[in-house]
Design a protein around this ligand. Sequence first.
Ligand SMILES: [Zn+2]
Length: 102
Amino acid sequence: MADICSKCGLPKDICVCSTISKEQQKIKVHRELRKWRRPVTVIEGIEDKNIDLEKLCQQMKALCACGGTTKSNQIILQGDHRDKTKQLLVKLGFPKRNIEIS
Ligand SMILES: [Zn+2]
């Protein structure tokens, strides 16, 4: 028997709950200046339980060839990687319009 989604009761392979939640999430990507005016890219607002923040952070670090960490619901990358992180989020299925870059 297929796994049943606890949210909608449909088999998981046809369930769209994770798609819907991606549609609903507003992700903010912004640049902050830390110590010694070093820029960091902060990604926040990812609340999808299907997304492993730790794993996503690894992907972003590999993509941007930079260091980074997760902190509560944020991913913090060293350096200014706003464009690249947005591209990756879009690739993962987050709608462009829901990603706010500042
Ligand atoms: Zn579902």
